[in-house]
Design a protein around this ligand. Structure first.
Ligand SMILES: O=C[C@H](O)[C@@H](O)[C@@H](O)[C@H](O)C(=O)O
Length: 469
């Protein structure tokens, strides 16, 4: 029997052990998509206690705490509940998360950051609470310290185009911090024409660009100027939440008329919403291509399912699920609209629905080219698929349909500074998968070839792909 979570965790064969320890482990991290706060990075945020670090913003943990029977006040906080109570509610849930990656992530984080090798449960929790909190209140446990310890060279945050990026700018001026913290352009609010946030967002966009937006041309010009601004601060990625992929043939005039209707405060039909999104996305894609950016599509999330709790807690609080909208037809047409004009940027396609892996994996193959290795990427296993099985399925599709060797690898997608061991988790799974091929005689025992591939996927591919300044 193997020992739980020892140095050869997830490495089931000799080749995997060599690949991980001799090649993958020492590579730095490029975390090219996450939801960390640049302000907290700049301020080197420290944590009051382990509840602050683990439970204040992590909707993955909140979901399983609810499933474990915890009252909402213990999950997201509430009157009469203190941080210790919340930690104890989490500790009570942990043993029940066996089989869920949270079980592994929790113990990896305790080992890597705090040198704690005990298993979390209600009995061990009080001592773990003391030990972790003592470390958190000492030197070396601020947000930037955790980033440094994790050997992260680049972090790409997720930012609204109207953001001033003041914290990214300030971070650049820090003397003792070498990690590049770069913004990613996420214009969802400007695309979701039927949502309540649309009009206030257009107004804000006008304010930050210094000119009131009265028509679609002005809107597009303002968005373009924000792309240039993000670029000047080092931004090289955009990101779109496409809960369904829109595509409807349209013209600029039609899109402008739909925009004008929405600007008056009227709702537009679903068909018009698709037309508006199509024209706007194609416009944006061309801008990304012109600037050498990478465009990310996060596809097929089904968000805010629980209206009662959404009303109380807002988005990203653990009430989302996987969507099953069809992607092949609209996505190929959207990408082709860009490629047709030779204006398709580097693109990463993530889907939250595993049914899409082979669909997306084959679609990316239809748009590769331009002399850019892995220009079109099948994105890493995301969110509900950020699991051992999810990663294996995503890499299986990628390897079978395209070039796993050109994969830009893993990201945390996280809101927590303690999440970097997820890269380790991914690398172990990658090394194990390749190691198994060797043990089974399906890949040569050529450590130069395999070691270099593993290092490319862990770090070098991302470094070469993203055009960071
Ligand atoms: O991993 C889960 C994520 O943090 C999730 O909350 C985000 O991916 C978010 O839905 C987004 O759209 O960017």
């Amino acid at each position: 029997m193997k020992k739980f979570l020892d140095e050869n965790f997830l490495l089931s064969n000799e080749t995997a052990v060599r690949l991980y320890h001799d090649y993958a482990k020492q590579m730095p991290i490029i975390d090219y998509h996450c939801h960390l706060s640049p302000q907290e990075i700049y301020e080197n945020k420290t944590f009051k206690n382990i509840t602050d670090a683990w439970l204040y913003g992590d909707h993955y943990k909140w979901r399983v705490m609810r499933a474990n029977g915890a009252e909402e006040s213990l999950v997201t906080g509430g009157e009469g509940v203190n941080d210790y109570d919340r930690f104890m509610a989490w500790a009570k849930a942990v043993p029940n998360t066996l089989g869920n990656p949270l079980y592994h992530w929790t113990h990896l984080e305790l080992q890597r950051f705090f040198g704690i090798y005990e298993l979390v449960n209600e009995q061990t929790a009080p001592a773990i609470w003391e030990k972790v909190n003592a470390q958190l209140s000492g030197e070396g446990f601020g947000a930037r310290d955790l980033i440094k310890k994790s050997n992260v060279t680049v972090i790409c945050t997720t930012d609204d185009p109207t953001d001033s990026l003041e914290w990214h700018i300030k971070i650049k001026e820090l003397k003792d911090f070498d990690t590049a913290v770069l913004p990613s352009f996420r214009p969802d609010k400007g695309l979701e024409i039927n949502r309540a946030a649309f009009l206030p967002w257009v107004e804000k966009l006008g304010e930050v660009t210094g000119e009131k937006i009265a028509n679609y041309d002005q809107f597009l010009a303002a968005v373009e100027s924000r792309i240039h601004f993000f670029h000047s601060i080092g931004g090289r990625l955009s990101d779109h939440a496409l809960d369904y992929v829109p595509y409807a043939e349209t013209t600029k005039d039609e899109a402008a008329a739909i925009f004008a209707k929405a600007l008056k405060g009227d709702k537009v039909s679903l068909e018009d919403e698709k037309k508006y999104k199509t024209f706007t996305l194609v416009f944006l894609g061309k801008q990304y291509a012109k600037n050498g950016w990478t465009m990310q599509f996060h596809i097929n999330a089904h968000r805010n399912n629980n209206s009662r709790l959404f009303g109380k807690l807002g988005p990203d609080t653990g009430f989302d699920s996987i969507n099953d909208s069809d992607t092949a037809q609209p996505l190929t047409r959207l990408l082709d609209a860009l490629d047709h004009d030779d204006a398709l940027p580097r693109t990463i396609l993530y889907s939250l629905n595993p049914k899409d892996h082979y669909v997306l994996g084959s679609i990316v193959g239809s748009f590769q080219g331009g002399g850019i290795p892995g220009k079109m990427q099948l994105g890493a296993a995301w969110w509900f698929l950020d699991t051992k099985n999810g990663m294996l399925e995503q890499m299986d599709a990628l390897a079978n349909l395209g070039l796993l060797s050109k994969f830009v690898g893993m990201l945390t997608d996280s809101r927590s500074f303690l999440s970097y061991p997820r890269h380790e988790y991914f690398r172990r799974i990658l090394c194990d998968m390749i190691g198994k091929w060797v043990e089974d005689g399906e890949a040569p025992d050529d450590m130069e070839l395999l070691g270099s591939m593993v290092q490319d996927i862990s770090y070098r591919n991302a470094q070469q792909y993203f055009n960071f300044a």
